[in-house]
Design a protein around this ligand. Structure first.
Ligand SMILES: Nc1nc2c(ncn2[C@@H]2O[C@H](COP(=O)(O)OP(=O)(O)OP(=O)(O)O)[C@@H](O)[C@H]2O)c(=O)[nH]1
Ligand SMILES: [Mg+2]
Length: 455
């Protein structure tokens, strides 16, 4: 079993990471399945301290110390802790400026960052993956997050790198957020192995649906992070392959052998990104229910498979307003076979709960005509340990055409600003010139074209 190092960068990265570790720990701690508990804690936590507290495999980075201090203060009540020697902060944030994070702090803080990563990585005998959590609109998460992606490549050379990138609300909190996003994605496209995108707008809508009517206007980051971390944890927590075969000596009765093998996270990354031109991933989960209705949720694997695939084909993370006439071509009954679906490159589908394996879910994601070139590319993981006390749940990590859909608008908006030279001086102050911008636009334009070229 290999471990994963998580790097939480900036306000968003640290708040989301805190929510993620709470969830990973709770799932491991509350499971009745000993094997699951032990492989979960081995993946994300290091040895217990004398008083039974687990230490998260986490590096915390933020150029203003406020959020990290809050996170550390909060942990006193918990059964898991962060390692304070793996925290890096400075006096002032990056002021929503990617160049300040990447060029300025990326250079002045480099030694401290390398040391903090080593504090964690030196304790883990074998590291399969590094997960970097960051927003793309602020300056620290986006700029320094990109720099850290390069640093971990050197410090932990054998590990595959996943970046979880939170995309800003479309109504625009930060005037230069489109620049920061262009610079972030183009940099990660060169240095990361996979980029998991989480749109704040989509998760806000999902969170709103789960809240009681009186609280719907006040969705907080706490609720959004709780949903994002659930979507992520369902994919990251241990799951195994299950294969069945007939075994039996000649002359004796044959019996069915079920063999299973733990799936390491680097295998997931390799499966999800078969080509370096396609690195954009999204995650979905079914069912998504509030904690109040969890005890009353009764679903079948058939329903979970059907809904989660439909959400994917329509590019939604919500299980409502689904249009069932959007189907794989082979399942269409009409002569008009031109229904446009969200064609997939690869999926990793994880089923958590009782009675496994579940062909009802496998059948849905093994249909060749939902995949590029009609070659099914689904990997299935199973765990008998239920998630969030749900009897059954399905998680789908997807690399699909519409993951790149937001790029066209992003490139158009930021290009218009760039041509008008709006705010460019802020970036030039840190040595990021128009050549750098032009290269970043070129990289993203290529990604946009590649995703559009999928039929
Ligand atoms: N989902 C989620 N998004 C967040 C959270 N905190 C901030 N954001 C989003 O992150 C973006 C702002 O980036 P921050 O992470 O606050 O910035 P930072 O990395 O600390 O960078 P500086 O403050 O510029 O040093 C905006 O798009 C916010 O909507 C959070 O806890 N959860
Ligand atoms: Mg900040």
């Amino acid at each position: 079993m290999s471990g994963t190092v998580v790097v939480q960068v900036g306000q968003c990265g640290n708040q989301l990471g805190n929510s993620l570790f709470d969830r990973l720990f709770d799932e491991a701690d509350s499971s009745r399945n000993k094997e699951f508990s032990s492989s979960s804690s081995q993946r994300f936590f290091s040895t217990k301290t004398g008083d039974g507290v687990y230490i998260a495999n986490a590096v915390l980075v933020d150029m203003e110390s406020k959020v990290i201090s809050k996170v550390l203060a909060h942990q006193r009540t918990r059964k898991w802790h962060y390692n304070p020697r793996a925290c890096v902060s400075a006096k002032q944030g990056s002021g929503n400026n990617w160049a300040n994070g990447y060029c300025n702090f990326g250079s002045s803080m480099e030694e401290e960052l390398v040391e903090a990563v080593k504090v964690i990585s030196d304790q883990i005998p074998s590291i399969s993956t590094v997960l970097i959590l960051m927003s793309s609109a602020g300056g620290t998460g986006s700029g320094l997050g990109c720099k850290i992606t390069e640093i971990v490549r050197n410090v932990i050379p054998g590990a595959l790198v996943m970046n979880q990138v939170v995309l800003p609300f479309a109504h625009g909190e930060v005037a230069v957020q489109s620049y920061n996003l262009v610079l972030t994605l183009s940099s990660l496209y060169q240095n990361s192995d996979s980029i998991i995108l989480s749109h704040n707008d989509q998760y806000q809508t999902l969170a709103r649906r789960l809240l009681p009517a009186r609280s719907r206007d006040s969705v907080s980051f706490f609720e959004i992070n709780s949903l994002m971390s659930a979507h992520l944890a369902g994919v990251l927590l241990p799951s195994s392959t299950v294969s069945r075969g007939k075994e039996g000596e000649e002359g004796k009765e044959e019996r069915e052998e079920v063999s299973s093998e733990l799936i390491e996270l680097d295998q997931v990354v390799e499966h999800m990104v078969p080509h370096p031109g396609f690195k954009l991933l999204t995650s979905r989960m079914m069912p998504v229910v509030s904690e109040y209705s969890r005890d009353f949720t009764n679903t079948s694997w058939e329903m979970l498979g059907k809904y989660s695939r439909q959400m994917l084909l329509q590019n939604s993370i919500l299980d409502e307003k689904l249009i069932w006439s959007i189907k794989p071509r082979s399942e269409l009954q009409t002569s008009n076979k031109n229904v446009s679906i969200n064609t997939c490159i690869s999926n990793f589908v994880v089923c958590r709960g009782t009675r496994l394996p579940v062909s009802e879910v496998e059948d849905k994601f093994s249909v060749p005509d939902i995949y590029k070139n009609n070659k099914a590319r689904a990997k299935f993981g199973y765990s008998q340990s239920s998630f969030e006390k749900l009897d059954k749940s399905v998680f789908v990590l997807s690399n699909a055409k519409k993951n790149g859909e937001f790029l066209e608008k992003l490139i158009r908006q930021s290009w218009t600003k760039f041509q008008a030279k709006a705010f460019l001086y802020q970036y030039e102050n840190y040595g990021l010139d128009s050549v750098w911008f032009n290269e970043s636009f070129n990289i993203l334009q290529k990604v946009d074209q590649d995703y559009r070229s999928i039929f």
